[in-house]
Design a protein around this ligand. Structure first.
Ligand code: ATP
Length: 683
């Protein structure tokens, strides 16, 4: 099947035999003010930013650009928007506060609404993908940076806004970096056109202030001093070879020693790892002595349905300890009540772009070390309501050797989506867009080439222009090759199937593969397997899931992750709505799946591979040797031509999610592209 088996479960923890001792060496997050506050108003007054309120307001009034830097928890995100509003600054319009992640935008809006004693969605609201909780009364609007970017497509000058606060600027996601340029251009144009000026403020606890100040018109840097509650930082004495095992031991060490009201937040890398550790923790906690409090384990990762993500904010049942196992989505901005301990594995799963391999089409996901900025943000999730501790599962030397900042995503990802988005935003000269950290000209050119091969752009007098196809492609929140596949699907009368397949591929994994039940899994999957490949197998599973109306028991018996299937339904319905808006014909090819495969060949031809006589495959785009991943249903079959969804670099370069195609289909999809590839091989 197209997904990796679960990682090995963390080895069993033996209560009472600590795996390692935590070095009692405190780190450097130090307290300023002391005591746990009582009411929300009192809490506001006790925040480190409060004594500087008047000064901050004066600065906010005078400046059009400023960079705010202050410790995690000092009150930047919740207070500065309120100070602006209370002082009447920017009241003619809306004050936008952008966040890299939806969970942060939602919870911050909730907190600020509570502080202002208003109903969420009135004065204070939020907008995230698929959810808009704002009204005509909304003046303080928390939103993901992706949403503000989408709004900029219809309103490039962002005229609805008088202030944009770019929060957690250090995260440097692709969206944030594009947004920096868009907001900066909107500010400049509004001044040039004598419109109401736009104020742009940038905030973070951990950023390269000079870079930001320089980029935003040499703006002044304002330091907010102080930290409300102390955070003790602990390092391990020895490097840990197995961070999952180390996390498990640390969780139970704390669990056995600390009062149950002190909750734990653990930073890990991904869904499968989190679910595996959650199962192990639940198992172990059942066998602990009665003197130990019960444990409520709550997972948190991006592909969890939004309502389930918000479960982390609910208190655990009385007397029980909450242990949150999270990816880096809980790393910035959020305050989770009760978190006293943070356990930082020091690892994160992130995109790594490998231009040397020539595989420009794909960025590879890899587990890697966090940056120092990320480590400090993680620590900052403790000590928000009271003193806290952060246990780093690495040595202080290892910490010292971490990179200061995370390399901006824009410099390590495929830029085709970015270029398409910039063109949809009406940016005239995309190749020279004012990025804070410029991607290499080579990777920008490659992106334009890919879009041109997909028919999304054309070049005219040195200019790159969006074609009508490109305009439609930009309407979908998908990678260009997927939006193209969807847009051409009516030609093959299979839009319903393609919608399903793309939705399935957009979600982490709808399959659940417990290693201990490998034989049962194989037996259950057999009936869905299609000799036409993984996409068709997934389609069979989806169809069977719909036939039983998502029955939970059926999901359990067939090792299908019903939660993720729920998400597939949600994504599918959103994509379908866009197809309807674009007047696309929604037909189904029912049992004739050859049409669906032909459509995939036409959309994914840049990810095609050909079988060679020696049994190896060669990627047609780059001529690199690739192999079929053992989890694919085509692993044994070895068809002559396949298209694949992604490449995974481990010991070899594996293709994952494969579909059997005819060579003719590939050539009819992009004759010129394949002629060029052939010429390149011959020369
Ligand atoms: N949802 C919440 N529930 C309880 N307290 C909260 C909540 N949100 C914020 N707070 C309190 O307000 C403080 C300041 O939070 P705020 O998000 O404004 O800080 P910040 O300086 O922006 O930090 P960061 O850089 O980590 O985002 C927190 O430390 C916490 O004490």
């Amino acid at each position: 099947m197209p997904h990796d088996p679960d990682p090995p479960p963390a080895k069993r923890f033996k209560p009472g035999s600590p795996f390692f001792r935590l070095d009692k060496k405190p780190g450097m997050l130090l307290p300023r003010v002391g005591h746990a506050p009582v009411s929300v108003d009192a809490q506001r007054r006790q925040l480190p930013i409060y004594p500087s309120r008047t000064q901050v307001i004066n600065q906010l009034r005078q400046l059009h650009n400023a960079v705010f830097i202050g410790e995690t928890g000092s009150g930047k995100t919740t207070q500065i928007p309120q100070y602006l509003y209370e002082a009447g600054i920017g009241r003619q319009g809306v004050i936008a506060i952008t966040q890299p992640r939806r969970v942060a935008a939602i919870s911050l809006a909730g907190r600020v609404a509570e502080e202002k004693r208003v109903q969420l969605g009135k004065l204070v609201g939020y907008t995230v993908r698929f959810e808009d909780v704002t009204s005509s009364e909304t003046k303080l609007k928390f939103m993901t940076d992706g949403m503000l970017l989408r709004e900029a497509i219809g309103d490039p000058l962002l005229l609805r806004y008088t202030v944009v606060i770019l929060d957690e600027a250090h995260e440097r996601t692709v969206h944030t970096d594009v947004l920096f340029g868009v907001v900066k251009a909107a500010q400049r144009k509004r001044t040039e056109q004598n419109k109401i000026p736009l104020k742009v403020f940038v905030m973070s606890a951990t950023m390269d202030v000079d870079l930001f100040s320089q980029y935003f018109n040499k703006s002044p840097v304002l330091y907010l001093e102080g930290r409300q509650h102390p955070i003790q930082i602990y390092y391990t004495k020895q490097p840990q070879s197995d961070y999952l095992q180390a996390a498990l031991v640390s969780i139970f060490q704390i669990h056995q020693e600390a009062p149950p009201s002190h909750d734990i937040l653990v930073f890990m890398t991904g869904q499968e790892e989190i679910e595996a550790l959650a199962r192990t923790c639940r198992d172990i906690s059942k066998h602990l002595p009665e003197t130990c409090a019960p444990m409520t384990v709550v997972p948190l990762y991006a592909s969890l349905p939004p309502t389930q993500q918000l479960r982390v904010f609910q208190p655990a049942p009385k007397g029980s300890r909450k242990v949150i196992l999270s990816t880096n989505i809980a790393e910035t901005s959020i305050t989770i009540s009760g978190i006293k301990y943070v356990i930082d594995t020091g690892m994160v799963k992130a995109k790594r772009y490998n231009p040397e391999s020539g595989l420009e089409v794909l960025a590879v996901l890899a587990v890697q070390r966090v940056s120092k900025a990320q480590a400090w943000q993680r620590a900052g999730r403790a000590g928000r309501e009271d003193a806290g501790s952060c246990y780093r599962l690495y040595t202080e030397d290892e910490f010292d050797n971490l990179a200061n900042m995370t390399v901006p995503e824009i410099q390590r990802c495929n830029l085709a989506s970015v270029v398409l988005q910039l063109l949809a935003l009406g940016v005239p000269d995309v190749l020279n867009f004012d990025f804070m950290s410029k991607p290499s000209p080579e990777s920008m050119r490659t992106a334009v080439d890919q879009l041109s091969i997909l028919g999304a752009v054309e070049r005219k007098d040195d200019q790159v222009l969006l074609t009508p196809m490109g305009k439609k492609m930009a309407c979908f929140p998908l990678e260009p090759r997927f939006s193209k596949t969807l847009l051409i699907s009516p030609e093959f009368c299979c839009t319903e199937e393609v919608l399903t397949i793309i939705s399935l591929l957009s979600v982490d994994s709808v399959l659940y593969n417990p290693p201990a039940r490998r034989d049962d899994v194989l037996a259950a999957r057999k009936k869905f397997i299609s000799s036409e490949g993984d996409h068709m197998t997934l389609l069979n599973i989806y169809r069977a899931f719909r036939k039983v109306s998502g029955n939970k028991e059926w999901c359990r018996e067939n090792f299908v992750n019903s939660r993720n299937m729920g998400l597939v339904l949600e994504v599918r319905s959103q994509l379908r709505d866009i197809c309807i808006k674009l007047n696309m014909k929604l037909e189904s090819s029912l049992s004739d799946l050859a049409n669906v495969r032909r459509c995939l060949a036409h959309g994914l031809f840049m990810n095609a591979a050909e079988l060679h006589l020696d049994g190896s495959y060669v990627a047609l785009d780059t001529h690199q040797t690739v192999s079929i991943h053992p989890s694919s249903v085509l692993f044994q079959a070895k068809p002559a031509y396949v298209v694949f969804n992604e490449l995974l670099h481990t010991s070899r370069c594996y293709m994952r999610d494969l579909c059997l195609v005819d060579a003719d289909w590939l050539h009819e999809a992009a004759p010129e592209y394949f002629r060029r590839k052939l010429r390149a091989t011959k020369s």
